[in-house]
Design a protein around this ligand. Sequence first.
Ligand code: DX5
Ligand code: ZN
Length: 224
Amino acid sequence: MKVSPSILATRLTRLGEVLEKLKSPPVDYIHLDIMDAHFVPPLTFGEQLAEAVRSETEIPLDVHLMVESPEKEVPKYLPLEPEILTFHYEASGAPIRLAEKIRHAGVKAGLALKPSTPIQVVEDLYPYFDLFLIMTVEPGYYGQSLLSNSWARLKQFGDIRQRMAEFSDQRCLLQVDGGVSDKNIGRLAEAGVDIVVAGAFVFQGGDPNLQVEILKENAKLTLS
Ligand code: DX5
Ligand code: ZN
């Protein structure tokens, strides 16, 4: 289980200090929530802040685009060489073409699904992506509770991933985002989640590195 802390939940005026303190391990990625005030109500930050983060840390970036026109925005983030670049299914007219562009740049292509988007779409798009991000809250804000429909959706994803293994060796990563805490991390691990995003739990409860270790420890205990 890998953990990708969402810096949206930090005190943004102290971002530099926060980044300096984050250690890898235990932190695996830094999750950047790019919101455009159209696809979701808030406006957060863009490629300039992402570049500033990039220059302050060695930890790989995990960019989550919550924007209306991912076709226009993706090219701004590829030069930052993130480890993962994820856009939303609901916002993209041609997700396969966009995924190819991301992969062509040597970046892992991620597709995010809002909590009301049928998981079934994963089946058709599976070969073109490296990662699927199942949103476990409505995107837009940190600090929300994980939605109860998530468990059935994660099971559906697991079934599709198993079926797809019959056709190819490719195994897409499963990431979840929203409301992750020490209370549900065990069940997420059991559901086959590879990467969790965590905002409030990591940044609003003491030392962020320790909070990440708590999540990893709880996941390990459940699986052992
Ligand atoms: C929500 C964002 C999340 C959020 C997670 O739209 O995509 O990344 O910051 O924060 P928590 O873990 O507090 O739900
Ligand atoms: Zn996110």
